[in-house]
Design a protein around this ligand. Sequence first.
Ligand code: C2E
Ligand code: MG
Ligand code: MG
Ligand code: MG
Length: 288
Amino acid sequence: SAKEQGISHYVRYDDQMSEENSRKLRMEHDLRRALDQRELHLVYQRKENIQTGQLIGLESLLRWNHPKLGMISPAEFIPLAEENGLIIPIGEWVVRSVCEQINAWQQLGLAVPPVAINLSVRQFKQDDLAERLAQILEENGIAPGHIELEITESVASSNNEEELIRKLYEIKRLGVLISLDDFGTGYSSFSCLRKFPIDTLKIDKSFMKDIAQKQEDMAIVSAIIGMAHSLQLQVLAEGVESGAQLELLKQHKCDAVQGYFHGYPAPPEEIAGLLALAQETKDNSRVS
Ligand code: C2E
Ligand code: MG
Ligand code: MG
Ligand code: MG
């Protein structure tokens, strides 16, 4: 009967809830050991100049290879790490690893463009964020201009605004680049734009999805590009997956692109090949 169906449906829903819950509990528990067990690693995604196709940067993206659960997305475990504070040691590990990676690529004779690191809300609660960052860079002999920090407007909502802005200027003064990630997804994107010392605005990938099908969506992206330019900011489109999107973004004078169309996030060995190729292209164009 319908009633029975209703009940069995309810039970299934309940099972699913507890399954999700136990997955969450397990992840919370295991994340504590993930760093020591070397279960975390970084992959890197290219950023390209839209007109020349030149490689202008890389974004580091965290991966957790769990021994039982397999690959877990940062979208799933970063929020947990934020809740229990593990984001602090994990975040420092990311900065160190990126520095070591830059050194490793340089030792292969490769020229390395700025590498971006995602920072989350809780990391901005540290009073000595800029100092710690400077110290890690110095320990690894990395010039600050090699590092870019990606922040989202969510840092604004849960940090004291004055302190946050002071920290951002401290970071900026070091010579580290700052970009505003996922632009347009929250409530305070515009006020962040006015107050934060940012170099690049990254338009969230949700805006790109239908630009080739819907004029209205392209109009919004175009307006964001225009606004960014009038504020002297570079603008990058995230989540570019097709040639049609790329063409439109080119026409509308977007500066840079990042997405599966240009390349998936890849392990360091693969990026080394990409850097070597970029160098060759550059050398050749210098000769001709
Ligand atoms: P994000 O910083 O906005 O990074 C871009 C995300 O979009 C990445 O997901 C990337 O793999 C994905 N992506 C790239 N190109 C495309 C595309 O063409 N289409 C689609 N649909 N997606 C694309 P990922 O690697 O799963 O990371 C998710 C989020 O997790 C990141 O979003 C960032 O907020 C956070 N995250 C990643 N690594 C770190 C980290 O080291 N520290 C912190 N605090 N957060 C991180
Ligand atoms: Mg990012
Ligand atoms: Mg983003
Ligand atoms: Mg994001």
